[in-house]
Design a protein around this ligand. Structure first.
Ligand SMILES: Cc1ncc(C[n+]2csc(CCOP(=O)(O)OP(=O)(O)O)c2C)c(N)n1
Ligand code: SF4
Ligand SMILES: [Mg+2]
Length: 347
């Protein structure tokens, strides 16, 4: 008698969910678009960190990149805002519910062109948010015009040359006050996964600029955001690895060659130095190194700056532990006498 072999149960994480429960809708982006690979890494990182999908808020602006939250974590909260205006929506959502893990997905156009004002104010507050720029150097959704991260001298498919210098969003984020800042590449599975897991553990503004080639409009010869260019010009600062607080793994490391950063929740970020003297806790050094990379035409990747000790915006505002959105009226509504006293003062 033959027996049908049973399908093995899918692997589950520390909250008993399988990776399938972190998936989103089927992507409508072009096949091979870097943005799809980033969604995959977010799914894996959230699954491996055992984050409850219902505790996550996904926010975005407008663009192919900003469509991405539809393609991961369907069970999470989601809000697709106006072009370049995701930071203010995210700030409101987090102030209303401080328990949310907020992940903002933006594009280089959404962030560095129309959204630059909101981006700058977000970076200076150290709001606990994971802000990802899916950076392809063009406005993919509107057919490939240069964005403000496109390099000077890079060429469009039509032959048009970019004659303006780029904005380095990482340098800007560090200068303004973000507390975990790095650059990765959508094609670098290992580095991006470790950086995303560290981002989930961090309590403050994380700004990750992920170079994510647009295969339809910016993957040709002459582009500096193509798969080929990034592979040929990538310089990596460190081998990034991450040990979550719930895994009791002791990693042997030589302090001379590896920097260990202990995160807020006890997780550990290990940065094995590939550049002898790079110190990611030194802001000035980070800014200098980014300027050098720019001048040399390098695509520098890694963790540029990290400070797990700075107070977040939530700490600074001294907000009560219970999310404001769930406080009863009896606590949030001032009594009649208080309102009467206010009115009296205005007479
Ligand atoms: C107020 C406003 N201005 C312009 C547009 C047109 N628009 C839509 S997406 C976009 C740029 C998207 O570029 P990016 O953020 O880099 O995303 P990508 O598509 O490259 O991932 C523009 C200019 C718009 N939707 N709203
Ligand atoms: S147009 Fe470019 S950015 Fe948009 S989905 Fe296609 S490859 Fe991705
Ligand atoms: Mg873009």
């Amino acid at each position: 008698m033959s027996t049908t072999p049973s399908t093995p149960a899918p692997k589950t994480n520390r909250i008993n969910l399988s990776v399938l429960e972190y998936k989103g809708g089927k992507t409508t982006l072009c096949a091979g678009c870097g943005h799809n690979a980033i969604s995959e890494r977010i799914i894996d990182a959230m699954f491996e960190m055992g984050v409850k999908p219902e505790n996550v808020a996904k926010l975005s602006g407008i663009g192919c990149s900003s469509k991405s939250p539809a393609y991961f974590m369907s069970r999470s909260h989601s809000f697709n805002s106006v072009h370049g205006r995701m930071p203010s929506v995210a700030t409101g959502a987090l102030l209303a519910n401080r328990k949310l893990i907020c992940i903002g997905v933006s594009g280089d156009g959404d962030t560095a062109s129309i959204g630059i004002g909101q981006f700058m104010h977000l970076m200076r507050r150290n709001l606990p948010i994971i802000y990802i720029i899916e950076d392809n150097g063009v406005y993919g959704l509107t057919k490939g015009q240069f964005s403000a991260t496109a390099d000077l001298g890079s060429k469009l498919k039509t032959g048009v040359i970019n004659d303006l210098p780029p904005i380095d969003t990482c340098a800007l984020a560090i200068q303004l006050g973000a507390t975990l800042v790095g650059r990765s590449f959508s094609g670098d599975k290992k580095q991006l996964s470790a950086m995303l897991k560290a981002a989930i553990a961090h309590k403050g503004t994380v700004m990750l600029d992920v170079v994510s080639p647009c295969v339809t409009f910016n993957d040709h010869e002459g582009s500096t955001k193509s798969y080929k260019y990034v592979k040929e010009h990538e310089e990596t600062l460190q081998d990034v690895s991450f040990v979550p607080h719930f895994e009791d793994i002791n990693v042997e490391y030589d302090p001379g060659s590896t920097i260990q950063v202990t995160m807020h929740d006890g997780s550990r970020l290990h940065l094995r130095k590939l550049e002898e003297d790079y110190d990611p806790t030194d802001r000035i050094h980070a800014l200098t190194r980014l300027t050098e990379a720019h001048d040399k035409g390098e695509v520098l990747t890694g963790v540029f700056y990290v400070n797990p000790k700075a107070p977040s915006f939530i700490d600074l505002l001294n907000i009560v532990d219970q999310p404001l959105a769930t406080l009863p009226d009896s606590v949030t509504r001032p009594p009649k006498e208080v309102l009467d006293a206010c009115m009296e003062e205005l007479r």
